[in-house]
Write a protein that binds this ligand. Structure first.
Ligand code: UDP
Ligand code: MG
Length: 150
């Protein structure tokens, strides 16, 4: 079993709907440890860097606007960024988060409980790194080394 770190974001839809506490509760209850957290107002540059691997997807422009909070009010451009740590944390937290499409996410997962599709866009509440390489890349984008404990 490997001890891993992974990046979780409560996206602007989750922040607007006051779901940050529920997300933290679910992750804590799954047995993982929060080792970094902060509120970030997402710039165009940060959004593009975070989603760089998806730059050729048809939904990329919408994705950038979404994570910046363009669809959830200009005065409410907040994302809660966190790092969680634990045994097999990347896969384990993806299981707590659920499938990308909220309508296909299993009941009881975060996305299955709270995600929705709004005007064709997935409003799936959270981001969680997809694999260990993505996690390492993403944690470096969102956090300075000294902001992550342990
Ligand atoms: N996304 C979308 N439509 C799609 C696939 C993805 O709007 O058909 C969005 C969705 O917000 C998703 C994000 O793009 O969370 C990143 O896509 P990815 O395939 O990495 O899914 P995730 O890792 O978030 O489950
Ligand atoms: Mg992904």
């Amino acid at each position: 079993m490997a001890i891993e770190k992974t990046l979780i974001l409560v996206k602007p839809d989750g922040m607007k709907r006051k779901l940050s506490g529920i997300v933290v509760d679910r992750l804590d209850n799954a047995g993982f440890d929060m080792v970094a957290s902060k509120i970030v107002s997402v710039s165009e540059e940060l959004a593009r860097e975070h989603y760089a691997l998806l730059k050729d997807m048809p939904f990329f422009p919408n994705l950038i606007q979404f994570i910046k909070g363009d669809f959830h009010g200009v005065s409410d451009r907040r994302v809660l960024a966190m790092v969680y740590k634990g045994e097999n944390a990347v896969k384990g937290i993806r299981a707590v988060v659920g499938a990308t499409n909220p309508e296909q996410a299993a009941p009881g997962t975060i996305r299955g409980s709270f995600g929705r599709i709004c005007q064709g866009n997935f409003e799936n509440v959270v981001h969680a790194s997809g694999n260990v390489e993505e996690a390492d890349r993403e944690i470096k984008i969102w956090f300075k080394p000294e902001e992550v404990v342990g």
